[in-house]
Design a protein around this ligand. Structure first.
Ligand code: BV8
Ligand code: ZN
Length: 243
């Protein structure tokens, strides 16, 4: 559906919505200069995220995995939220029943003011001890390789959900509850290939929500949603929010 026809309908739906859920992926941060995973800009030294963001890769070569995360920390440290992140934070202020589910680990939603959110794949600025499991914030750029826990001297790892690892129970519970009780669900900038997040739109749809996709391309979500707005998140998302 061309943006013009669907835009007015989505604006009305958002203005009238009781419960709003927003699900975001790397596409919302692309306009801040953060590379997406499956676009041409997502590769590092010809590795793919699926190769490095796994417990096996970290067990085999923690130095290589930390070098990859240092590359991303250095890159993300210079990036700022864009108009789409800010519009999502404004939606939270306008809707008492609001929840943001983000797959992004870049922290840009928090930087834009979002507070009612689940960072379901973790946060690149948090590290977790492989020994005592304590989680601390670490914004060193670069982080000293191989970082050790100050309490028990075990190796620290990124506090990020890798492929083959389960999401936090609380994030799954909170996301499921929000998806089942919303009447509007916006899916912004995700390719819809990584589970369980790729199944979240169906949960909202089956619960009766009006589901909208904002993306540059067609994705597996497109055939499922009520309205598909094709365009850059930074251009389209701010148009949905009444000032
Ligand atoms: C799990 C952290 C249980 C790394 C990431 C079925 C059920 C459950 C699991 C599975 C399943 N089938 C397969 C699995 C396994 C796996 C999976 O889904 N694999 C895929 C590849 C098939 N899932 C898991 O392992 C999950 N764990 O379910 O636990 C379990 C346990 C054991 C065994 C089985 C199950 C954990 C998944 C989390 C992995 N961690 N990130 C890191 O970031 O360092 S995933 C990674 O991909 C990122 O988090 C990223 O957010 C995520 C999804 O990618 P997108 O955000 O969508 O980004 P992408 O580049 O793909 O797309 C960008 C989109 O934006 C595009 O559509 C583009 O068109 C659009 N775009 C670009 N620019 C713009 C734009 N749109 C608008 N404006 C723009 N300017
Ligand atoms: Zn420790």
């Amino acid at each position: 559906m061309a943006p013009g026809s669907g835009l007015g309908l989505v604006r009305e739906k958002l203005a009238a919505a009781q419960g709003v859920v927003v699900l975001t992926g790397a596409g919302i941060s692309a306009d801040s200069g953060v590379p997406t995973f499956r676009g041409t800009d997502g590769l590092w030294r010809n590795f793919r995220a699926e190769d490095l963001a796994t417990p096996g890769a970290f067990a085999q070569d923690p130095r290589l995995v930390w070098e990859w995360y240092n590359w991303r920390r250095e890159l993300i440290a210079t990036k700022r939220p864009n108009a789409a992140h800010e519009a999502v934070a404004e939606m939270e202020r306008q809707h008492p029943q609001f929840w943001l589910i983000t797959q992004n680990v870049d922290g840009l939603h928090r930087a834009a003011g979002s507070r009612k959110l689940s960072e379901i794949h973790g946060n690149i600025w948090m590290v977790r001890c492989t020994g005592c499991r304590r989680v601390v914030e670490n914004r060193d750029v670069p982080i000293q390789i191989l970082p050790k826990c100050t309490a028990c001297h075990s190796l620290l790892r990124p506090h990020i959900v890798w492929f083959g690892e389960s999401l936090a129970e609380e994030d799954l519970r909170r996301s499921d509850a929000a998806l089942r009780s919303c009447d509007l669900c916006l899916i912004i900038g995700t390719s819809g290939v990584v589970y369980p997040a790729a199944g979240f739109a169906s949960i909202a749809k089956e619960a009766g929500a009006f589901v909208v996709e904002i993306n540059l391309d067609v994705t597996p979500h497109t055939s499922l949603v009520d309205v598909s707005l094709q365009g850059r998140a930074k251009d389209v998302v701010p148009l949905l929010v009444c000032a």
